[in-house]
Design a protein around this ligand. Sequence first.
Ligand code: FAD
Length: 437
Amino acid sequence: MASKLSEPYGSSLPWAEPSWYTGRPSPYYKESHRRLRDAVRSWCEENIAQHTDAWNEAGRVDPEIYTKCAQAGLLVPIAFGKSIPPQWAKYPIISSIKPEEWDGFHDFVLWDELIRAGGLASVFIGLVVGAPPLLKFASQQLQDKIFPEILSGEKRICLAVTEPDAGSDVRGIKTTAELTPDGKHYIVNGSKKWITNGMFSDYFMTTVRAPNTSGAAGISMLLIPRSEGLKTRKLDVIAGPLSATTYVTFEDVKVPVEFLIGAEGQGFKQTMVNFNHERLWIAFQALRGCRIALHDAFAWALKREAFGKTLIEQAVVRNKFGNMGRQVEALQAWTEQIVYELENLSDADGARLLGGATALLKVESGMVCKYVAEECLKIMGGLGLTKTGQGARIESFYRAVPSFVVPGGSEDVLIDLGVREALKLHGLAQKGKGAKL
Ligand SMILES: Cc1cc2nc3c(=O)[nH]c(=O)nc-3n(C[C@H](O)[C@H](O)[C@H](O)COP(=O)(O)OP(=O)(O)OC[C@H]3O[C@@H](n4cnc5c(N)ncnc54)[C@H](O)[C@@H]3O)c2cc1C
């Protein structure tokens, strides 16, 4: 049988790259994925790498980079994830991949390379989580107004669900939207906390509730433009300043009714659907974060000597790498499996069958990150605690680990959700209403 090996790409250090990068065959990746990988990598090397330190020091990225990203064709795929609607392909798509060709594995590759570049990725979190409800649930008229602004890089969007008194329990939100007597506007009052990218966003995809309601039924989704009465204040969080985590307050903010996303009372359901892609995308980020840490720790272990031999010559250190490698490769395989299933299911079946599995995948991502970050930090010794030099990327990954564990659904909550969803599918199967595949 003819060999199916292709050209290796990237680092040959163990587990520093997914196996298909090393040239080994895979059923998931084809020529366009390789083309995308090469294009994103070289764009990032040219436009990002040399700025990351300066951005971190300044606490913000250069705002011009957003327009550059739009021109390079990054914003369309970032906004739409696994499938790009043909009407928005009039904006550039990196490496000229056609919208009908774009799939979930392109989304995975895009993020793999963006995360490798560091720094820039956190600027897009708002777009990743804020744009999908606009596409899935907003009126065509609203989409036609907002998408050109955000896909051209002119304006930015974020998702505002969490409040000081309601995080995991979205049903508990208190921010109200009251219809004016003439029925033309909502008046919004309340506050939102830990809103990523809020400081520089122009639009806030916000969950609100009708006055005097409680529970899920009273919740709607409203796109709130930055306007009079909307104030933002920066929150300092563990992983650093570039994601611009924000406290948002709304004081009698007037929003036209045309900015309602979907029907009134559908906001809870819409929010839950939106979580699935966010959780999958957290797994994409976790994988590359772990591979970067493995790369740097391996490079160090090959050259650092202690007790008369290199670290890699010590069985205890090899044991650490073996344990990290098996966990990272298992996470990669599970992630690819879920991407593949989503690719081959309708959106409705994907949400119905894979919500629980995606929640557990996100949990696993956090757990693998915790393990890898700690083991790599130990291998680096003092360098792993140092913000500059050969341990810098591991030091920063170690600090970022909680960002894989809490946002997008906290670990404990998602484990429970995963089991409840699995039982739900089991119950349906028992009644003869299981998956018809
Ligand atoms: C850096 C960062 C960025 C974020 N970005 C955004 C954003 O862009 N938009 C947005 O809307 N939100 C964002 N969030 C909010 C994030 O989604 C919430 O912090 C998260 O959902 C947890 O909510 P909470 O902090 O209120 O914790 P709580 O809901 O108070 O939970 C605290 C802990 O209690 C335990 N717990 C609670 N309920 C249960 C349960 N039923 N079963 C088991 N254990 C339970 C868990 O251990 C949980 O971690 C962000 C948060 C952070 C820290």
